[in-house]
Write a protein that binds this ligand. Structure first.
Ligand code: SAM
Length: 267
């Protein structure tokens, strides 16, 4: 049976070109920092869920080497295609079009490490999905989850919500994914959540990156993110009006202060 694709995943697919613009600026550095927080050993087996175009799967594949294995799982085909192109020369990295919540390893063997960067809050039942993913680890295996620290992207997302409200008269309900993200957006909350999954040796590391911003690059950021789903179904002139207002609202914002939390724990 064909997989039904959530609206947020369709947003990532439709925004794949804009997502790619932010890959070297943000996704790759944070993906690399996530792997560095608890690097997999050479020959290890890694699962990377909500892998996008491979920003954390690729450094993990380099760390495990050709004797290891990285399964990288996502539902956004356009991002998976980008990942396949970027992973040339890394035969140990395999991309899969599948739902992260229900993934099981192809050979039935457990993983040494399961990682998920900026993705866990998109899984509708975040707790059950995470418990399932932890269950795919061998005892002693590492679970790594990267989330946004509270308020990290408000400066770019808030003006989009304002522009949308002003130009459509529609107020945007806070998406369920934002509510889930708020459950893991401080050191304490992320650490507590990892402990609630039965993990030990829990640690949280802050990764900071200040990225110069223009109104255009900010628009690329939001159009390459899940919030793009809020514009689905709007007519082109309405989207153009929202874009124009967004540019005005962003005129004096010159930096994105990205703050990510990398949480790790051991099964
Ligand atoms: C913000 S992106 C992060 C991508 C990548 N981890 C990175 O840091 O560059 C979130 C990703 O989660 C994926 N995603 C959302 N729900 C998913 C699901 N149920 N199964 C697999 N992937 C999912 C989206 O398609 C998107 O690629």
């Amino acid at each position: 049976m064909a997989e039904s694709i959530p609206a947020v995943v369709q947003a990532f697919d439709h925004g794949s070109a804009e997502f790619a613009e932010w890959t070297p600026l943000l996704w790759d550095p944070i993906g690399a920092a996530t792997v560095e927080a608890a690097p997999p050993r050479p020959g290890g087996r890694v699962l990377d869920v909500c892998c996008g175009s491979g920003s954390s799967a690729i450094p993990a594949a380099r760390a495990v080497g050709v004797d290891g294995l990285v399964d990288a799982v996502d539902l956004a085909r356009e991002l998976l295609d980008q990942g396949v192109r970027r992973a040339e020369g890394l035969p140990q990295l395999r991309f899969h079009h599948a739902d992260a919540s229900r993934w099981t390893s192809v050979d039935g063997l457990p993983y040494d490490r399961v990682q998920c960067v900026f993705g866990v809050f998109f899984l509708p039942d975040m707790d059950a999905a995470a418990a399932h993913l932890v269950g795919l680890l061998r005892p002693g295996g590492a679970f790594a989850v990267t989330t946004w620290r509270q308020g990290s992207v408000d400066d770019v997302v808030g003006p989009l919500v304002q522009a949308l409200t002003e130009r459509t008269g529609r107020t945007l309900d806070r998406p369920a994914s934002a509510q889930r993200a708020a459950r893991v957006d401080t050191d304490e909350k992320l650490a507590g959540w990892l402990r609630s999954l039965g993990l030990g040796e829990v640690g949280v590391r802050l990764v900071e990156r200040d990225i110069p911003l223009t109104a255009d690059s900010a628009w690329s950021f939001v159009m390459g993110s899940g919030i793009r789903a809020a514009l689905d179904g709007l007519d082109t002139p309405v989207v153009a009006a929202i874009h124009a207002r967004y540019r005005e609202l962003m005129a004096s914002t010159t930096t994105l202060s990205a703050r990510a939390l990398v949480g790790t724990g051991i099964r």
